[in-house]
Design a protein around this ligand. Structure first.
Ligand SMILES: Cc1cc2nc3c(=O)[nH]c(=O)nc-3n(C[C@H](O)[C@H](O)[C@H](O)COP(=O)(O)OP(=O)(O)OC[C@H]3O[C@@H](n4cnc5c(N)ncnc54)[C@H](O)[C@@H]3O)c2cc1C
Length: 459
């Protein structure tokens, strides 16, 4: 009877356990989680009268795995979508609507794009030259920033593409992989002489499913974690919290996993921990894989919840929030108008902001005490949104090394890591398919399939 240990009880680890328990005897599956709760980065908190998310607040529907899992768990009736999706970009001390005629930040429809308030006239003219500059050469991989600067110029890259593409990864477009972080640009470049034209055709061929682009659950994303953990428990999967694992030791047959509660023997292992932790767990299994895993960099964002009296704003906030390009040098990188986006979080007379701060290569936020960070962010809110008072309530959540950075040729790095580990050890999580809840669920499903195939094949 094959035994499996899954290390890490975030969404990737729980999803791995769920898909594996469809195939293996659930009682032979153990999940070990170092903290005192499951969910990892998915966490909400009591903030005033409401529960408010401190990590992800929604997931994309373009990758169907999260919706499919939610359906299987019987939670589909609890789906909610953001009440508003229009957002702004902060530049030159002003808020600008995200320009029309863009796809993922890149200009695609110049009749709509030209005349926007964000990019200067010369910047718009430079971007329009893309239409006539000839086919983009894509050999291997490059950075998003280098590709976009060549195609649309520096201003579009830094004011528009950086906050959208860089923002998702809390990263720097001049370091992020084009192939991993903006594959739609690559597809457009392959399909058309002009990348903008290619993106325009992509949009014309896109048939909307009619579904909102983002969803959450009315009780918060922790309901997904709780439902998943509930089903696993019911099936008989062994779920252990406050049980950090420190090593995976290969045995003559299988593995011995050391944890703070003792040792567990298993025929197969899934590591669903961040890559820097997987690197140290994996060292006895493969020094080479461990060395490669340790090269995956991570961003460490800080999420601050700020409650303001409605009267603090010169006028009511419209839209879902503001993206802040790196060039502004602010601590904050994005502001979600949380009680606009999720009306269920609104308390009469109060506006809740979720302010993300810090990004890869800019770790100034980690030098502040919570009080000093809140004070600095309040000063930035005054400059960006015109708030006239400080917040009446605040909470700070620190996410140390939680968002992997995909450097050029990341896919090749992951391939090399896989080649250096035995097939009875699998990897799940954001570094392997992509950042975000749906990608993590897919990576859990793939890890479960691959491990099951490996354990079922004759040894
Ligand atoms: C601030 C923020 C906002 C985000 N917003 C969104 C969003 O809106 N939408 C979206 O889709 N995605 C968002 N993401 C990304 C998304 O949350 C993550 O990609 C996803 O939750 C990662 O899940 P995971 O299970 O792979 O990793 P994690 O959530 O990091 O879970 C890993 C788990 O492993 C445990 N662990 C670590 N070491 C050990 C050990 N030695 N032994 C045992 N267990 C261990 C940890 O305690 C943790 O529970 C956001 C991320 C952050 C940080």
């Amino acid at each position: 009877m094959n035994k499996v240990v899954i290390i890490g009880g975030g969404i990737s680890g729980l999803a791995s356990a769920y898909f594996l328990s469809n195939k293996l005897e659930p009682g032979n599956i153990t999940v070990v989680e170092s903290s005192d709760r499951f969910g990892g980065t998915i966490l909400d908190t009591s903030f005033g009268e409401r529960r408010v998310e401190t990590g992800p607040d929604s997931f994309i529907t373009r990758i169907p795995s999260a919706l499919e899992l939610i359906d299987e768990l019987g939670l589909s009736d609890h789906l909610i979508s953001p009440a508003t999706s229009s957002a702004y970009i902060y530049s030159r001390s002003k808020l600008h609507p995200i320009p029309a005629g863009t796809v993922f930040g890149a200009p695609s429809h110049f009749q709509r794009f030209l005349g926007n308030s964000l990019v200067s006239r010369s910047g718009q003219f430079r971007a329009a030259l893309e239409l006539i500059m000839g086919r983009a050469k894509i050999e291997g991989d490059t950075t998003v920033g280098s590709f976009c600067t060549k195609r649309w110029g520096r201003e579009v890259t830094e004011n528009l593409i950086d906050p959208l593409v860089g923002g998702i990864h809390a990263g720097n477009v001049y370091q992020l992989s084009l192939a991993e972080c903006a594959p739609q640009y690559v597809d457009a470049a392959r399909a058309s002489r002009s990348v903008s034209q290619g993106l325009k055709h992509q949009m014309a061929n896109y048939t909307s499913s009619g579904k909102p682009a983002f969803y959450s659950l009315n009780g918060g994303l922790s309901d997904l974690v709780d439902a998943l953990a509930g089903v696993l428990k019911q099936r008989g999967v062994v779920l252990t919290t406050s049980c950090a694992s420190s090593e995976i030791l290969p045995q003559s047959s299988g593995y011995r996993i050391t944890t703070q509660d003792g040792e567990l023997d298993a025929d197969g292992v899934i590591c669903a921990t961040p890559a820097h932790i997987t690197a140290s767990l994996m060292r006895p299994v493969s020094a080479k894989a461990s060395e490669l895993l340790a090269t995956v960099d991570y961003a460490s964002p800080i999420m601050t919840l700020l409650a303001y009296p409605d009267s603090a704003f010169p006028e009511p906030l419209h839209g879902s929030g503001v993206l802040i390009p790196r060039a502004n040098r602010t601590l904050s990188t994005a502001i979600t108008f949380a009680s606009n986006k999720w009306p269920g979080w609104k308390t009469e007379g109060e506006t809740i902001l979720r302010v993300s701060a810090g990004r890869f290569g800019d770790t100034r936020v980690w030098d502040f005490s919570d009080e000093a960070l809140v004070a600095n962010l309040e000063t930035e809110m005054a400059a960006i949104l015109g708030t006239r008072t400080g917040s009446i309530r605040s909470e700070v959540f620190k996410w140390h090394k939680r968002i992997p950075q995909f450097k050029p040729f990341h896919a090749q790095l992951i391939q090399q890591i896989r080649e250096n580990i035995p097939s009875s050890v699998e990897l799940a999580g954001a570094p392997y398919i992509g950042v975000g809840i749906p990608a993590c669920i897919s990576s859990g499903a793939q890890a479960a399939d691959r491990l099951y195939a490996s354990l079922s094949s004759p040894r």
